[in-house]
Design a protein around this ligand. Structure first.
Ligand code: SAM
Length: 210
């Protein structure tokens, strides 16, 4: 444990330099924020600090391939900023809204955005997906809800030619199959892509609905 009460962050993996490019230092600063304030405020489990990079920060970048150049993105249920903050750092071309209903989490996000100097690219909105009124090219989310509920919560947030990009676990295909009727009723289709964010990374399952 460090003086701030959080765990020590594991060393920055070599691959992070390639994935974050000029934003590497900011990505390291974000890792430190997660490992200190993130843990103190209960947004990150203390045991997670050892695997912040692989499991949280780099894993978040699995959404990036599915996000067109210059897109507007809303990260629904952003929590501590995952996947929205790593995405914004790696992709300076996208504009990101971090949507989070809980006051404490929204405050955490506001402080992180300020400290990382991301104010021109990233905004924080305290709201629930169902009541948020705005349109984006892409909705991202990780660990927020199962697909049928996610569709109900987020369909009004993306343009007709936009998409939902959800980071899911290994049961992603079952989730898409189970939501088949819901998807068809809404004239949408869902597919699962398996992404290896960097050579040798554990596969990440990404559900893309459009
Ligand atoms: C398990 S956390 C995941 C946080 C982050 N996406 C991550 O992967 O670490 C789920 C988040 O969804 C938020 N949430 C719950 N219901 C929501 C809703 N209706 N609209 C938007 N966010 C919601 C919660 O406040 C919480 O921060």
């Amino acid at each position: 444990m460090d003086a701030a009460g959080g765990g020590l962050v594991s060393p920055t993996p070599d691959v992070a330099a390639e994935l974050f490019g000029p934003a590497l230092e900011k990505a390291e600063q974000y890792a430190a924020i997660l490992a200190t304030r993130g843990v103190e405020w209960g947004l990150i489990g203390p045991r997670e600090t050892e695997r912040l990079w692989e499991r949280h920060i780099l894993n978040s970048l699995a959404v990036s391939t599915f996000i067109p150049d210059g897109a507007t993105v809303v990260d629904v249920g952003s929590g501590a900023g995952l996947p929205g903050i790593p995405l914004a750092l790696a992709r300076p071309d996208v504009r990101v809204t971090l949507l989070e209903p809980l006051e404490r989490r929204a405050l955490f996000l506001t402080l992180a955005v300020e400290e990382l100097g991301l104010g021109e690219q990233v905004r924080v909105v305290r709201d629930r997906a169902e009541t948020h009124k705005a349109l984006y090219d892409v909705v991202t989310c990780r660990a927020v809800s199962a697909l049928p509920k996610l569709l109900t919560w987020t369909m009004h947030l993306f343009y007709p030619d936009g998409r939902l990009v959800a980071l899911k676990g290994a049961s992603a295909s079952n989730e898409v199959e189970a939501a088949d009727r819901d998807l068809r009723r809404r004239h949408l289709s869902g597919r699962v892509a398996t992404v290896e964010v960097y050579p040798g990374a554990e596969p990440t399952y990404v559900v893309v609905v459009r």
